[in-house]
Design a protein around this ligand. Sequence first.
Ligand SMILES: Cc1cc2nc3c(=O)[nH]c(=O)nc-3n(C[C@H](O)[C@H](O)[C@H](O)COP(=O)(O)OP(=O)(O)OC[C@H]3O[C@@H](n4cnc5c(N)ncnc54)[C@H](O)[C@@H]3O)c2cc1C
Length: 454
Amino acid sequence: MKEFMDVPAEKVPVFENAELCVVGGSCTGVFAALRAARMGVKTVLVERQNRFGGVATLGLVGMWHTFFDTDQKEQIIKGLTYETCERLEKYGAVSNFRDPEDSMSGVRLNPEYLALELDEMVRETPNLTVYFHTAFSSAAMRAPGEIEAIVLEGRGERFAIRADYFIDATGDGFLCRSAGTGMYRHPSPQPATACMRFINWDRLGEFSSTALRDLIEQSREKYPDLPCGYNWGMYSHGSKLYMLAGTRILHGNTIDTRSITAAELESRRQVRALDALLRDHFPEAELSLQALPSMIGIRDGLHIRSIRQLTGSALLNRAPKPDAIANGTYPVDIHSDKDDSITFRFLSGFETVYRGGRAAEQRRWLPEGESLPYYQIPLSALLPDRALNFIAAGRMIDADPEAFGAVRVMVNLNQCGEAAGVTAALAVREKCALPEVSPAHVRGALAEGGSIVK
Ligand SMILES: Cc1cc2nc3c(=O)[nH]c(=O)nc-3n(C[C@H](O)[C@H](O)[C@H](O)COP(=O)(O)OP(=O)(O)OC[C@H]3O[C@@H](n4cnc5c(N)ncnc54)[C@H](O)[C@@H]3O)c2cc1C
């Protein structure tokens, strides 16, 4: 049984009275804050670590997906995702995102330049105040569904920020949960992965991810901490550092402190075993580990109960969505929580199951000859049920496992962040509850600010 104790009530200083407070500073949160501040809203952005970018910087995952439809004819994503790439291009810190063919296999970013550029984008924006090293702790409610202020843990002190509206961009939905939103987990949540970076990977020669999987399976007895065989990797753009997403926490849980501590430790044991295996196997390569993430990459944690859950069948059908706020092409990509398998449902109409790095099963999920050029994400999946002045953007989105497998990638969540920022800015203007903001107005304001709205 859990033991509880009373904590004495305390008075905390109020550091800010803002119109909008965004909690969480991945691109999702930064883009939400930038969009609102650019619309003249007095905005505060809070991040618990020392830089912006979330999984893209802290987690070492510098890969965005294409901005074009699957026919490679039409651009479907623009807004701040595109603007950020234009800025990174000046440093040679992004691969060719302008060309549909070149970018079909992904847009590679240099995470360090991304962190620097996000700082600049925030610094250049009036109306925007930033707090680093500040973690959300709890929401103080004015009434059910209405947050008055949030309490934060800063450096050695607790303080509060009052705001008219709040955006939860914590990934995990901490703000929504504290404000009383119903939360749930998927029955088999996608596993967490800690990435790592190596130098001298190029000296391993033609060493494919399938070859690495095979080597892992042959070597398991000698290196018992090796992960299951799943892995993918890439060179960080403009650098000789190779990022390997090669660990996998099976049957894990990342939603409470004890479990995530265990997951961090296990993932680093897996890194250690991989490093030892590769050094022993390729001694002449002088492979060297150069970076570990400052947090394990969480694919699938808690989700909010929204006013309408996004299901796979709703996402992948062609019916028009009057409240569409984002366009995407990333396939439904479900990593197994039990082994190294991955299931991809491609918009081309094929579904492929990979086991041991090889296509093990293939079938069509769309009738022969049919494909989907892109799908759309609705605003309703970001609006927590019965919430008046807070909205969520990020992987806590209300989506079933199939829809989530597709929407969970950054180019999609970046757009959700922009939509949350625009919705909050319109609510400030119209002095209304967030669910009362007209989706048509949100779409109009998104287009005005540079997004592609279909
Ligand atoms: C290993 C791995 C590989 C992936 N590969 C890709 C890929 O190639 N391409 C792709 O697009 N997607 C990929 N994804 C998915 C994608 O990275 C994530 O789904 C996405 O980044 C989630 O974005 P988010 O904004 O919801 O959360 P996060 O990126 O996790 O950001 C949440 C932010 O909130 C902050 N925060 C959290 N709690 C608090 C708090 N209490 N107070 C203040 N701040 C807080 C965090 O520090 C963080 O900055 C991958 C995911 C993983 C794990």
